[in-house]
Design a protein around this ligand. Structure first.
Ligand code: FAD
Length: 462
């Protein structure tokens, strides 16, 4: 048994960042993790392995689609799936080991095992009870289930199974057209699989700016994706060769089915707090299972806080990290803060898609008078040189004050480009501020500047 100022439960991006920041602020900190390795969903079965596979398959796509155009001739490489999986695992291991190193460097004690909270101020790991002045629940999330669809992680899989399939499937049905489904769908489409996406709503990537979502769907369709929208999946059943997914179209209730080698259920994730004993402690949960907190991540039980996927808000690693840092600062007596209006979202397909702030639909609904500045990557020299001139940057600014209210990008490097606008929004910048900033040539960033120019007197290269 040991006494700590803070015990963090869960070593995902929320938990490990919280533990490190609290230790940097002088607190005696432990972090409990039930998995064998640190880093949570993100490093082990989420952001990192998916980006490794996206990178490998993007390179393959480049070889097949663009190498000859650049005079790079010769036999195209073949895919060694086991080697690609080993590369993915190396990337994961490098990152999880990195967190171990950071824990040692910052003197964070790693308590190995599954934690429960027998009483406020106590954390039980295995048979040991540790005292903690403060506890942060950062227990993350798990894939949501779908009635009629039983996951076996072999043929009917969640994202976890999809990251480690024993062989490359010839056909995949993805249930749910959200970020995870489209990213994993891209991986297998580039490896030659037929990918059919079945989505309940009438558009892909719900919540995204509608114009961007439409363009995105068009580009994915060009890459071979098939979309069945407005369809409610009734069941998925294993067959001798794979599985059959049965769905009804919402417009006329007609029933259809589609066969595939693999079915990926990507209908979202839900907060995970099983086994912590929150009910017995009287910690309030929200109807959808997240831990209820106030604006400073405190639960209704003194000394217990919660962050990341276990609480409300976008299920994103960087949102969890920001909350981790902020709650550590609050516990250390400082003023932790997260600006929920400026949290970027990125889809790491090719092209990438990113967004921050308000969508056009949200501004319309709120009755805000806004203007739109758009610039197509077709007018960007660098994008043309890398065969990624499809897509555009769209900046939304207040019509009267010119203040940037949102930005949506589909195109090369979109996931990095968006941060210029995040900083601009944090500083309350106007579109003109962005437009008057010198941008290096030739960069993709010039497209952002041109979109900002388009909010005023007009873009130059459009
Ligand atoms: P988690 O990362 O889920 O970590 C929680 C940890 O707590 C887990 O390791 C769990 O084992 C541990 N734990 C739970 N209960 C206990 C207990 N009782 N005792 C001990 N340990 C416990 N987000 C992005 O921002 N960018 C991306 O590109 C991205 N890609 C993704 C791709 C996939 C396939 C998936 C599934 C997710 C992706 N995400 C991405 C989402 C991201 O992974 C999560 O938002 C993020 O991991 C949440 O961090 P967290 O710290 O709240 O929880």
């Amino acid at each position: 048994m040991a006494d700590f100022d803070l015990i963090v439960i869960g070593a995902g991006p929320g938990g490990y960042v919280c533990a490190i920041r609290a230790a940097q602020l002088g607190l005696k900190v432990a972090c409990v993790e039930g998995r064998e390795t640190l880093g949570g969903t993100c490093l082990n079965v989420g952001c990192i392995p998916s980006k490794a596979l996206l990178n490998a398959t993007h390179q393959l796509h480049e070889v097949h689609e663009n190498f000859e155009k650049m005079g790079l001739m010769g036999a195209a490489p073949t895919v060694d799936w086991d080697k690609m999986q080993a590369y993915k695992q190396d990337v994961v291991n490098g990152n999880t080991k990195g967190i171990e190193f950071l824990f040692k460097k910052n003197k964070v004690t790693w308590l190995k095992g599954w934690a429960s909270i027998p009483a406020a101020g106590q954390v039980k790991v295995g048979d040991e009870i540790h005292n903690a002045k403060n506890i942060v629940v950062a227990s993350g999330s798990v894939p949501a289930s779908l009635p009629g669809v039983e996951v076996d992680e072999e043929v009917i899989v969640t994202s976890t199974g999809a990251l480690s399939l024993p062989k490359i499937p010839k056909s995949v049905v993805v249930i749910g057209a959200g970020v995870i489904g489209l990213e994993m769908g891209s991986v297998y489409a580039r490896l030659g699989a037929t990918v059919t996406v079945i989505e309940y709503l009438d558009a892909i990537t719900p919540g995204m700016d509608a114009e961007i979502a439409k363009s995105f769907q068009k580009l994915l369709t060009k890459q071979g994706f098939k979309f069945t929208l407005g369809a409610a999946v009734q069941k998925a059943e294993r067959t001798e060769t794979g599985a059959t997914v049965t769905y009804t179209l919402r417009k006329d209730d007609s029933e259809h089915s589609v066969d595939a080698d693999v079915v990926l259920v990507a209908t979202g994730r839900k907060a995970y707090t099983d086994g912590l004993g929150l009910d017995a402690l009287g910690v309030e949960l929200l109807p959808r299972g997240q831990v209820k907190t106030d604006a400073h991540w405190a639960t209704n039980v003194k000394g217990i806080y919660a962050i990341g996927d276990a609480v409300v808000g976008p299920m994103l690693a960087h949102k969890a990290e920001d909350e981790g840092m902020a709650v550590a600062e609050v516990i250390a007596g400082k003023h932790g803060h997260v600006n929920y209006d400026v949290i970027p979202g990125v889809i790491y397909t090719t092209p990438e898609v990113s967004s921050v702030g308000k969508t056009e639909e949200q501004l319309k609904e709120a009755g805000v008078d806004y203007k739109v500045g758009k610039f197509p990557f077709m007018g960007n020299a660098r994008a043309k040189a890398v065969f990624q001139a499809e897509g555009f940057v769209k900046i939304l600014a207040d019509k009267t004050t010119d203040r940037v209210l949102g930005c949506h990008i589909i195109g090369p490097g979109a996931g990095d480009l968006i941060h210029e606008i995040c900083v601009a929004m944090e500083f309350g910048a106007s579109a003109q501020d962005v437009a008057l900033t010198c941008h290096a040539h030739p960069t993709y960033s010039e497209a952002v500047r041109e979109a900002a120019l388009a909010c005023g007197d007009g873009a130059i290269h459009a």
